[in-house]
Write a protein that binds this ligand. Structure first.
Ligand code: ATP
Length: 261
């Protein structure tokens, strides 16, 4: 999918794809019809194998930026290349259909793509196993915990084999222990799939634990005011959160965030 607004889209798109850049925003701006200036002149490039978290004060335009990347919202300025059609999006809410089982929900996207039933069954089962929901295939959403619903939502997006995976604060409403477990599982999936990830969160610790880069946005209109490389190995254990280097990094990100608020 390309949503470029510049004069030479094909050339730029090929250049981005060659460098593995799946999302490239240049000077992206968003002013809503209500007069709210949500996003101000954002430059953001995300390559395959990068997991970029966006942190920033509430209302600074993080979700808006993600929705623009997904093509759910049309920017009012700047340009953007998205060099893939395989985009996964996980919302804050699991958005499961209550009348469908876990398998039925996970199959939904591939069903909308008109994939043959055996193919979508196979993809759904693989995704269900990837998120650790095996044994619950026939359960309905009302029979699942909040964490399990989120796993099902993640599995549904995984069936699309996303190359660009966008997450809008998916674990915000989940208790801390389950959230840490889901962070570990998402990291494992990222290591296996190597998509380009953009993850919106309010938690600095979650951002630093999951990401290869943490981008800090200012208060609205959201601008990028900090971009931190995360130096830890891809193979991260929960104990990393207690590491002195981890505390130093989250401290620096927190300082940047406080100055930006
Ligand atoms: N469709 C819309 N029409 C008008 N204003 C909107 C629309 N969507 C978002 N906004 C406004 O744009 C600003 C940015 O909203 P957005 O949801 O992107 O912020 P956020 O950083 O994700 O917030 P939070 O961290 O609280 O979820 C807010 O002031 C919001 O009210």
């Amino acid at each position: 999918m390309s949503t470029k607004a510049t004069a030479a889209p094909a050339k730029d798109e090929k250049r981005s794809a060659r460098h593995g850049t799946l999302l490239h925003m240049r000077g992206v701006d968003m002013r809503f019809g209500t007069g709210v200036h949500a996003v101000d002149n954002v430059d953001l490039a995300v390559r395959r194998g990068e997991f970029v978290s966006l942190v920033g004060p509430s209302g600074c335009g993080k979700s808006t930026l993600l929705r623009i990347a997904a093509g759910l919202e049309t920017r009012t300025g700047g340009s953007m290349d998205v060099s893939t059609d395989a985009i996964g999006y996980v919302f804050q809410d699991p958005t499961l259909l209550p009348w469908r089982t876990v398998t039925g929900n996970v199959e939904l996207c591939t069903q909308l793509q008109h994939l043959a039933k055996p193919v979508r069954r196979e993809k759904a089962q693989a995704a269900i196993e990837m998120v650790g929901l095996q044994g619950f295939e026939d359960n309905y959403p009302s029979q699942l915990s909040g964490g399990m619903k989120m796993r099902a939502s993640l599995a549904r997006a995984l069936t699309l084999d996303p190359e660009l995976f966008l997450f809008d604060e998916p674990f915000g409403a989940i208790d801390e222990i389950t959230r840490e477990r889901l962070n570990g599982e998402l990291l494992r999936i990222f290591r296996a799939q190597r998509f380009a990830g953009v993850f919106v969160t309010h938690s600095i610790a979650e951002a630093a634990f999951l990401s290869t880069r943490v981008v800090v946005m200012s208060a609205r209109p959201g601008r990028i005011v900090g971009d931190f490389d995360v130096p830890f190995d891809a193979d991260r254990e929960p104990s990393l959160r207690a590491d002195a280097a981890f505390a130093r990094l989250t401290g620096e990100i927190g300082e940047c965030l406080r100055a930006a608020a």
